[in-house]
Design a binder for this molecule. Structure first.
Ligand SMILES: N[C@@H](CCC(=O)N[C@@H](CS)C(=O)NCC(=O)O)C(=O)O
Length: 204
């Protein structure tokens, strides 16, 4: 059985939704950031990065959201959660990598500035650019990545819960999501899924 370590409002939401979509037995284990459990010796023994998501599989631990999403899709091929055509699959990876390497990092500049600088004035400076930078990410998704109604077109895939998470982060970071009709439509579509309705309660 798979174990997913998660915390509220984090990137773990994306694989959490996919685990529900898959419908097999799994355990979601809450890591309480308010108690700094992600840096406890027990958790660091599992994941030395001190981050979530972390997925424990029968072969060992997996970290990095796009990796976990791809693993879940590859181990459940009958559900077609990612394209099989190499180019189409690369497009899916391009989106998930963009979220992981650019959007997530940008979002972290809001509350986790101490990763990049010790100077509190620098933290404020990073925060001051947050909405502008996240709005640029929203524009890139709206005009470049999001084919619609799902990220890759007509079919739900491992990209969709990741965009759903980003849409929440956009609002948190002061971006007016209403200005992006495709993203808005995507959020509404995702809100109708049973998997999302079930999992979101644990992340709010
Ligand atoms: N690139 C990693 C980033 C993981 C990450 O930074 N997760 C955040 C939550 S969204 C975290 O665990 N933060 C804990 C901390 O900063 O102490 C991934 O996508 O899995």
């Amino acid at each position: 059985m798979l174990n997913l370590y998660y915390a509220k409002g984090t990137a773990a939401l994306a694989p959490h939704i996919i685990l529900e979509e898959i419908g097999k037995e799994y355990e979601a284990i809450f890591v309480d950031f308010t108690k700094a459990e992600q840096t406890s010796p027990e958790f660091l023994k599992l994941n030395p990065k001190g981050r979530v998501p972390a997925l424990i599989t029968q072969n060992g631990i997996l970290t990095e959201t796009p990796t976990i999403l791809t693993y879940l899709s590859n181990t459940n091929p009958e559900l077609s959660l990612a394209p099989t055509d190499p180019f189409e699959f690369a497009i899916a990876q391009s989106f998930n990598d963009y979220v992981n390497s650019t959007i997530h990092v940008m979002h972290a500049h809001g509350k986790r500035g101490s990763r990049w600088a010790d100077d509190t004035a620098a933290h404020e400076s990073m925060k001051a650019k947050l909405t502008e930078n996240m709005a640029e990410c929203a524009r890139m998704i709206e005009t470049h990545y999001l084919t619609g109604p799902y990220v890759l077109g007509d079919k739900f895939s491992i990209c969709d819960p990741y965009l759903y998470l980003v849409t929440r982060w956009l609002s948190d970071d002061g971006v007016t999501v209403d200005a992006y009709p495709n993203i808005l439509q995507h959020r509404d579509l995702m809100n109708k899924r049973t998997s999302v309705a079930k999992v979101i309660k644990l992340h709010d």
